[in-house]
Design a protein around this ligand. Structure first.
Ligand code: GAL
Ligand code: ZN
Length: 679
């Protein structure tokens, strides 16, 4: 049996007399895996060294006997009150210099030596106790590192660790002063102890200082995770996994680095909450999100988050928390209809999920998450989510057939977390955000009907026919050489505005723009204009009549590249607005403007065709498509997020994966439903 349907279960929230009923109801719904012990530190160890694992032993035995698989969690996201009492300085300090308090979760400084020792102790005790248990298939470390704005601690202990981190990185103060441009405003440091956290400055702090602090805190969490792995791994028999539950478009930790030592990654998908939280992050204020029903969340945000998550290791992942009803932390917390819960589940699989672990089993009556639903209602009766999971059992065979199948993307986008940090620190335009710019390109690729891998800039790009880097911001010669090699061998690289502007320490390059990328681009960026909302420039492109340009415009002078677009009636006329450069067997396009939908919907299909990327479908508004490559062919998942029947046109012949019926041509997709086709 493999893990296909799981659920988060907190036995400590319910009387033990209820557990057997819960296990029976789980089995009836088709749940095969339970996630246990997250946040239960105070129940495992009510006083220092006084272990009370009897309840957890009994829960583990009960589920093991009933044939469930168990995911065990380390409880370090919720250190108990006695630990905080012993180490008051393990509480983090926020960017206002305030010590945070006990009483919720994630109240930890990741650099606290006492907390490190306590972490290693509790992880060791748990690992020794349950690591070899036959039912415990793997481990989730902690819960959502960085969640609830808990990434960045500014306590004295962190500042001391930051200085050590800087010493290791720069070696000397002279090197640091140069790397940060410390001659500005008399910022030169003459002793390491003078360096503080980049908070509470009177005017804005130095962006190189801030960027390094962000990197340092990200590294601190990666190192903290490694402490847990180092203790746990030797205690686990071969084949048991170690993972963590990531958070989609959360970006305060370098997720590529965090994912690296894990067996696979998992993430927590809450489409209605993510629409509330992330719309602003991925759309400019004048953009209209694509149509979708009131309770689906924004499916385009969800799919981008799935793709970002799959890209961390570029392989299938799990959803460790799948929303299965209303949540408590959104703006409105709408109750999703059963059809929507099923559609979310299939969308996750479509993008590479191998297992769906729902959050949570039963709505809890007390504390912070009282208003969060589960598969069961507060009263213990099945909620809509339970019925959905039970009905999904009819489709289980297909789900299992898809496990471990890959996403056959021929297109990649490049994502770098330190680019997100550096760009958003100095956006130079109120509405310019890394993810908005990224999102514009991503959505255009999706509208064009292709799968997209989202990978780190230094990843192996050789399998991609088209690579888009909306803003490759911090660039050194090694990165430029890596991209050059990709293009020279026949790749098509599209670079967006502000690429190559900066060095890795967040200084503007001293070379003409785009800096280290200039030879690759074959053009110079002579000037850039930040356009207020009331200002519109105009440009004309090879495949597009004169079109308005908003937000950002760069003047290009081709050197060895060919111009394929020019500004017309604007201060930047007659400069080029887009160039193409043949390099070896490949091509580099530099897009010198913030890309409008019209521009992208013209050029993205053109780039795809030129790179011979297969496009399988024309996708109407309100529909998303993703695919996985199975043994029998390519599985296409066509999800309709609207209340109306959608029609897609499939130019090939295939069959319906669920009914086996032949399909081709015009294909109707019922409202809030998915069609799964094998082509
Ligand atoms: C997640 C978290 C869970 C729970 C859930 C509520 O972010 O991992 O523990 O709080 O949100 O939606
Ligand atoms: Zn700290």
């Amino acid at each position: 049996m493999s893990t296909t349907f799981g659920v988060a279960y907190y036995p400590e929230h319910w009387p033990e007399t209820r557990w057997a009923t819960d296990a029976r109801l789980m089995r009836e719904a088709g749940i095969d895996t339970v996630r246990l012990a997250e946040f239960a530190w105070a129940q495992m160890e009510p006083a220092p060294g006084d272990y009370t694992f009897d309840w957890l032993d009994r829960a583990v035995e009960l589920f093991a006997q009933e044939g469930f698989r168990i995911i065990m969690c380390t409880p370090t996201a919720a250190p108990p009150a006695w630990l905080v009492q012993r180490y008051p300085d393990m509480l983090p300090v926020d960017d206002q210099g305030r010590r945070r308090a006990f009483g919720s979760r994630r109240h930890v400084c990741p650099n606290h030596a006492g907390f490190h020792a306590e972490t290693e102790r509790i992880v060791r005790v748990l690992g020794e106790r349950y690591g070899a248990h036959p039912a415990v298939i793997g481990w989730q470390l902690d819960n959502e590192w960085g969640g609830g704005r808990s990434t960045r601690c500014y306590c004295p202990n962190c500042v001391a660790a930051f200085r050590r981190w800087l010493q290791a990185r720069y070696g000397s103060l002279d090197a640091l002063n140069d790397a940060w441009g410390a001659d500005f405003w008399s910022q030169r440091y003459t002793a390491w102890e003078q360096i503080g956290a980049p908070i509470l400055t009177v005017s804005t702090p130095n962006p190189s200082h801030v960027l390094d602090y962000y990197r340092f805190m990200s590294d601190a969490w990666v190192a903290y995770q490694q402490r847990q792995i180092d203790v746990l791994r030797p205690l686990l028999p071969e084949g048991r996994f170690i993972t963590h539950n990531f958070m989609g478009l959360f970006d305060e930790i370098d997720y590529h680095a965090l994912a690296q030592p894990l067996d696979f990654i998992t993430w927590d998908s809450y489409p209605t909450g993510h629409e509330d939280r992330w719309s602003e992050k991925v759309y400019t204020p004048d953009e209209t999100p694509p149509p979708h029903a009131y309770d689906t969340g924004d499916p385009f945000i969800t799919e981008m988050a799935h793709d970002v998550m799959r890209g961390l290791q570029n392989k299938p992942f799990w959803v460790m928390e799948q929303q299965c009803g209303f949540i408590n932390w959104g703006f409105y917390n709408q109750a999703p209809r059963p059809a929507v819960i099923r559609l979310w589940s299939w969308q996750a699989v479509a993008h590479g999920a191998d297992a769906l672990v729902y959050f949570r089993w039963r709505a809890v009556r007390y504390a912070q998450e009282q208003f969060h639903s589960g598969l069961l209602r507060h009263d213990g009766e099945p909620a809509d989510g339970w019925h959905v999971v039970r009905r999904l059992q009819a489709e289980r065979a297909l789900l299992e057939r898809l496990q471990a199948t890959q996403t056959p993307a021929e297109v990649a986008m490049l994502l770098a977390y330190d680019d997100v940090w550096a760009l958003d620190l100095q956006p130079h335009h109120r509405e310019f955000r890394y993810w908005r710019h990224f999102g514009a390109y991503y959505r255009a690729l999706r509208r064009a009907g292709v799968d997209v891998d989202i990978v780190a800039p230094r990843a192996d790009l050789s399998r991609y026919k088209l690579v888009i880097a909306p803003t490759l911001y911090l660039v050194d010669d090694a990165l430029a050489a890596h991209l050059h090699a990709y293009v020279a061998q026949g790749g098509h690289l599209v670079l967006g505005v502000r690429s190559g502007f900066k060095t890795p320490t967040n200084l503007v390059t001293e070379a003409p723009l785009p800096g280290a990328l200039r030879a690759l681009v074959g053009a110079r960026v002579e000037a850039w204009h930040s356009l207020p909302p009331t200002t519109t420039y105009r440009a004309r492109f090879d495949h597009l009549h004169e079109t308005p340009i908003h937000l950002w415009a760069e003047a290009l002078t081709p050197e060895t590249a060919t111009p394929v677009g020019f500004y017309t009636t604007s201060p930047l006329a007659p400069h080029a607005a887009m160039t193409e450069h043949v390099v070896g067997k490949g091509l580099v396009t530099y897009v010198g403007v913030w890309p409008s939908r019209a521009l992208l919907d013209t050029f993205v299909p053109h780039w795809l065709d030129r790179a011979h990327v297969a496009r399988l479908l024309t996708i109407p508004d309100g529909v998303t498509v993703a695919s996985r490559q199975g043994e029998e062919g390519r599985y296409l998942f066509i999800c309709n997020w609207t209340e109306q029947v959608a029609r897609v046109f499939l130019p090939l012949k295939g069959k319906d994966a669920l009914s086996g019926a032949p399909v081709g041509g015009d294909i109707p997709v019922p409202p809030l439903d998915v069609r799964i086709l094998i082509v």
